[in-house]
Design a binder for this molecule. Sequence first.
Ligand code: HEC
Ligand code: HEC
Length: 281
Amino acid sequence: MPMAAARGVRKEYSFAAIALVGFLSLTACGKPTERPIMPPDVTDFKTLFSENCAGCHGMDGKNGPVRPLNDPLYLTLIPRETLEHTIENGVPGTAMPAWARDQGGPLYPKQITALVDGIESNWTKSVTLGSTKLPSYDAGGDAGDAAHGKQIFVRSCFMCHGKGAKIGLVTDPSYLALVSDQNLRTSIIAGRSDLGMPDWRFLNLGHALTDQEISDIVAYLASLRPQGAQTATHVVESGSGQTGARTTGNEGSGNGPGSPENQTANQGSGGKGVGNARTKQ
Ligand code: HEC
Ligand code: HEC
């Protein structure tokens, strides 16, 4: 995979960085330590973004440790209200803090609005999808089938994320403990346009993954989280009830060490499901 090889240099940067970002903010009980208080009259998008967001989402909204927001496909995917809601409330259990003052954050409502408007007006472009249907942003409570997700992972992701691969340890439990199911879903659908991960249209061996397949892969990855790690489920507006369904769906899904489907991934290396996909040869 030439793309993967070309990107190899970057990988440690990004995955180490997200771990560091997660560590720094989670050690302060989810409260980020140094967030500048913006004077209420600052409503300039560039200033707000570079002071508050660029450290994680990248200068100009890309090439940071965390996913780009300067990404037309991503902005087509995420509904405006969800974008706004996520900025206001953050993603509990991850390094993404809440920004609204009424959620303990530093920003006034008009500053949040300026960010949402600025992200959309500066970085939205029309995306040509042809006949391919864009999956929905959130899984709508679909818990997914982890065993099936594992098969798809082996087929569609392993070449870049598997053992010996030069890029990201997405099956690493300590990485998975830092990211929400929604973040995994978003990554699979929108890819990482800045770092060379293709989007869902190409991930099924050059064809589009279905909505169901995406949910299944997320269920598989979620099943690899360490026991007891807080499952950082991204609850979107009116999302009550989704959390439970998604989490319990991953339990007992048959991906424990030694389960038969591990053999596809492990190529006979002995059925230690959790770590094998990323074991360096
Ligand atoms: C052509 C290679 C390639 C394929 C195939 C691929 N990825 Fe990726 N993926 C990448 C690259 C490159 C990155 C960025 C690496 C980094 O963050 O350092 C990435 C990053 C990720 C991330 C982290 C995103 C973030 O915001 O940091 C996740 C999660 C992920 N991939 C999951 C998957 C899953 C699941 C599949 C299969 C459906 C898959 N990838 C297939 C290349 C690939
Ligand atoms: C300390 C690092 C950090 C900072 C600063 C930060 N974010 Fe985030 N952000 C994250 C992480 C990590 C995630 C992924 C969380 C998860 O696992 O769902 C994220 C996720 C998001 C998402 C949702 C991505 C998705 O999956 O759809 C949006 C939107 C977002 N951030 C916007 C912002 C904006 C706007 C700012 C500035 C006001 C900001 N973030 C500042 C770390 C950060």
